[in-house]
Design a protein around this ligand. Structure first.
Ligand code: ATP
Ligand code: MG
Length: 704
């Protein structure tokens, strides 16, 4: 049953914060026919409240009350949260927050809880063991192979390994403030390595286990890492990844460029059977993880950090250009990751939570390591890929560990939809209570499939919008009683977040509108700088619009105050003066039953200025015919209007994606322009692609 409710109405805000308020005006709506339709809304399923009785927030009215307080009395709100959620060695002595978002007034900065002392590892692990929860499982570990015996860890075991690794790092000269690189597969030892750094005040820089030697070398040099923690190699699906060999090459490249004090130590976790795969060890630099840990001190003192001391540096996905080394600090980030994890997923200790993200990207940092561990979660960490050995892997894992909350990505849902429902139906899903996504807008078609096929229409779908830079969720549909979800809309702001939509001149728009999504007030989880390049932080996020954090994403706000992400502002297509967001056209294509995935980019057009160029991946068993091409163009015309109908449809067996699953539109734009004044050598940096081969295939299909 479809109902609509005007929960959020936006008043002209005249620069005020907290312009969203709650009003109740429930009425039935007609069935909508369009794929992106603001009027489609579904209440959070009532079965959710029958099955889950513990709620951090009772209902939408309470959510709004908390939100209002977080905006009107931010200092009181955040200091209450900080003391409730985290354990502090010493409370902050000055203001809760001080900041400057205005480039004209001096350097951009933001500080939270300055003077407060705490340690991230202590908050994630030690305190739970001290409180008697040492035997609780922290990680169930699922390997690449279904038969693998990858080990899981209780909180006590986690602590034991962290302490020994932390002592080892210290005895190898790692000090507070040094950057340690971590280049590992997605296994619990990766979390152990991160937390060992946090324990001694070292800053970790996790690099995706699939990145090339060159990408790794760049990151080693950027952060001047003297130590790297890696592993011999691992299998990802059918593919063998020779991690140590890549790390060796990267270390050499870095040393050649910057001198021998880079990568003085490598600690190598042995993942593979040495009789099947052996690596060469350089006795001056390389040591095995198991040797190091067995010889090191069992206990390692905690380094109490200032709330504003850096916790880690992490590079953005690189979807829009050269990745930026985003720096997060200890107090604000930790609080924000934990609080969003707690409220977005309504997490309570005892339930089993599974986030499919790799720790090599921010979702893994905030929602596989820091957020869940602060909240004493029991979780599943998965090393492999969702289609290996078969397309039912995620559902099988969910059944095996009786997962309650599942957090994944739209790209993954779409790729599994491609294989049809039978894989889902074969597995029990009755443990699942809540489903969530991150990474891109979730197309309404994928939303509905996820809700219906996976969640059996009884789970809330929490579509979380956020960025590496924001540290944690910013906009999401809270899974609370009385809230109406709209498929495809990330919905409403989290506590303390003041989103604003501005036009090209930076003027704040009110009510129903479309423009650039910016954030007006500081929040604890925000980035503090770009490593080694504070001016890049200022020019990227704060120069475009005075006094505002610019997200780089476009969005619409509807009449109910819900936010709809329309795509990157750089990707907006301008057809005869009409600005068209990529997300809407892609959703219309995906709504056609034969399409699995679509990516839309602009292409120069003599008359219209820009035309729409669509890459389309078909579902299993569908044939790319001229008739289908016409049908797809027609479908877009019908759904959103003739102006949005693609000029070109390029059949794409696969799309170029970053390792975190994001479509790299900047490469697609270049391929679309091939033959005009663009050649293959102009494709730019493709080093963060998960499969560079895809690019060649697409080039070969150009014009076909
Ligand atoms: P780079 O900044 O290097 O180009 P990136 O922006 O892809 O890389 P991330 O920080 O991993 O790096 O991704 C954040 C971006 O992902 C957001 O700016 C937004 O475009 C997109 N995104 C994430 N979650 C959502 C969501 N729920 N809805 C819409 N878009 C989302
Ligand atoms: Mg970005």
């Amino acid at each position: 049953k479809c109902r609509r409710q005007r929960w959020f109405k936006t008043r002209p805000s005249r620069g005020r914060v907290g312009s969203i308020h709650c009003c109740t005006n429930l009425r039935e709506t007609k069935q909508a026919t369009q794929p992106v339709e603001e009027d489609w809304s579904y209440p959070v399923p009532s079965e959710y409240f029958d099955r889950v009785t513990n709620h951090h927030v009772k209902n939408i009215e309470e959510y709004m009350r908390i939100y209002e307080r977080s905006i009107r009395q931010p200092d009181e709100f955040w200091s209450d949260m900080a003391t409730q959620v985290l354990s502090w060695k010493q409370l902050w002595d000055k203001q809760v927050c001080s900041y400057n978002f205005d480039v004209k007034r001096g350097p951009i900065f933001c500080e939270w809880f300055k003077g407060g002392k705490l340690n991230a590892c202590y908050n994630c692990v030690d305190r739970h063991v001290e409180a008697g929860y040492g035997d609780q499982v922290a990680y169930y570990a699922e390997g690449n192979e279904e038969s693998s015996d990858l080990r899981g860890y209780t909180y006590r075991e986690l602590l034991d390994y962290i302490e020994r690794l932390a002592s080892a790092l210290k005895s190898r000269g790692v000090q507070k403030g040094d950057v340690v690189a971590i280049y590992m597969p997605n296994i619990p030892e990766l979390a152990i390595a991160m937390l060992a750094c946090a324990r001694i005040g070292a800053i970790h820089s996790v690099v995706f286990g699939g990145f090339s030697a060159e990408s790794l070398a760049n990151r080693l040099m950027d952060a001047k890492s003297r130590v790297i923690i890696t592993c011999d190699g691992y299998r990802r699906g059918e593919k063998m990844v020779p991690l140590k060999t890549v790390a060796d090459t990267a270390a050499e490249l870095a040393r050649e460029a910057m001198g021998n004090n880079l990568v003085e130590h490598k600690i190598i976790y042995q993942k593979l059977n040495p009789t099947e795969y052996s690596v060469t060890m350089d006795s001056h630099v390389d040591e095995w993880w198991h040797d190091v840990l067995s010889k090191s001190e069992k206990h390692c003192a905690i380094e109490w950090m200032d709330a504003e001391d850096p916790l880690f540096v992490l590079y953005t996905s690189g979807s829009t250009g050269r990745p930026k080394g985003i720096v997060h600090t200890t107090g604000g980030y930790l609080l924000y990751a934990a609080l969003t994890h707690r409220y977005a997923f309504n997490y309570h200790p005892g339930s089993v939570y599974f986030c499919t993200a790799d720790c090599g990207w921010i979702t893994g940092h905030s929602y596989v390591v820091y957020g869940p561990l602060v909240n004493r979660a029991t979780q599943v960490i998965f090393e492999g890929v969702p289609t290996y050995p078969d397309a039912d892997r995620l559902w099988k894992i969910s059944a095996k560990y009786k997962v309650n909350q599942l957090y994944t990505a739209p790209t993954l849902i779409r790729s599994l939809m491609r294989f049809g429902e039978k894989y889902v139906k074969n597995c029990r899903r009755d443990s699942l209570t809540l489903l969530a996504t991150v990474g891109e807008p979730i197309n309404p078609e994928a939303w509905k499939w996820f809700s219906r096929e996976v969640g059996e229409n009884r789970c809330p779908i929490v579509d979380t919008w956020w960025q590496t830079e924001t540290g944690g969720h910013m906009i999401l549909p809270p899974p609370v009683q009385g809230f109406y979800q709209k498929p495809g809309s990330a919905s409403i702001p989290f506590f303390g977040i003041v989103p604003v939509v501005v036009n090209e001149k930076g003027e704040e728009l009110s009510g129903e509108c479309e423009g650039y999504l910016c954030i007006k007030k500081p929040w604890p989880g925000m980035l503090r700088t770009v490593l080694g390049d504070h001016s890049r932080m200022e020019s990227t996020y704060f120069s475009p619009f005075r006094g505002l954090y610019m997200s780089g994403d476009g969005c619409k706000r509807d009449k109910d105050g819900y936010y709809w992400l329309t795509g990157r502002v750089d990707d907006v297509i301008n057809v005869s003066g009409h600005r068209i967001g990529t997300a809407e056209v892609e959703s219309a294509l995906i709504a056609h039953g034969s399409v699995a995935e679509a990516a839309v980019v602009p292409v120069p057009h003599d008359i219209k200025g820009q035309g729409i160029y669509a890459y389309v991946t078909l579902r299993e068993g569908e044939e790319p015919t001229e008739e289908l091409r016409r049908a797809l163009k027609h479908a877009v015309r019908e759904h959103i209007g003739a102006i949005c109908s693609p000029d070109v449809i390029h059949w794409a067996p696969a799309l170029p994606k970053t390792r975190s699953g994001k479509i790299m539109r900047r490469i697609l734009r270049k391929i679309a322009e091939l033959g005009t004044n663009v050649s293959q050598s102009d494709l730019g940096d493709i080093s963060t692609l998960s499969d560079p081969q895809v690019v060649e295939t697409l080039v070969s299909l150009h014009g076909k």
